[in-house]
Design a protein around this ligand. Structure first.
Ligand code: CA2
Length: 148
């Protein structure tokens, strides 16, 4: 097991980052965010791996794989945040550090975004910092891994 790996899971529609709704999600693409986080992770002496899927089952498979490969998980489950008991259950099986991440602040948006099935199984919740949140979360996850 690579104890120094942080897996960053991105849910539905996040593959479109930088292409639509920049007023909410900004202009960074997922590839550019990954590049920034990889550079930062290297500086911090850990590794980062990005995954994205528009499918709930594929996200669950990524979480299962992380059980043996990753020391920390950063998860932006997209709209599945607000609906998925299955992702909640999968996250409960992961023993490392979990950060729930959102680009926007769901609490300042529509009421249906105010419920999260992830928060109760996460160690930390970060929201509203834009794409920069991925770097902040990488920094936090790296600290937690190194302290463990
Ligand atoms: O703010 C976030 O990061 C969210 O997790 C994003 C989800 C939304 O359902 C959550 O409530 C909050 C939506 C991701 C959609 O991503 C897009 C990116 C570019 C263009 C259109 C959608």
């Amino acid at each position: 097991m690579s104890v120094q790996e942080i897996l960053v899971i991105n849910g539905p529609n996040l593959n479109l980052l930088g292409q639509r709704q920049p007023e909410i999600y900004g202009y960074d693409t997922l590839a550019s965010i990954e590049e920034k986080c990889s550079t930062l992770a290297k500086e911090l002496g850990v590794s980062v791996r990005f995954g994205q899927s528009n499918h709930e089952g594929a996200i669950i498979d990524m979480i299962h794989e992380a059980r043996t490969k990753s020391a920390a998980l950063i998860i932006n489950a997209g709209a599945y945040t607000h609906t998925s008991v299955a992702i909640h259950d999968a996250l409960k099986t992961f023993e490392g550090y979990i950060i729930e991440l959102h680009i926007s602040n769901p609490h300042a948006r529509e009421e249906f975004r105010h419920t999260s099935w992830i928060s109760s199984v996460a160690d930390a919740v970060m929201a509203g910092a834009g794409a920069y949140g991925y770097e902040l979360a990488t920094r936090l996850a790296a600290e937690k891994i190194k302290a463990a």
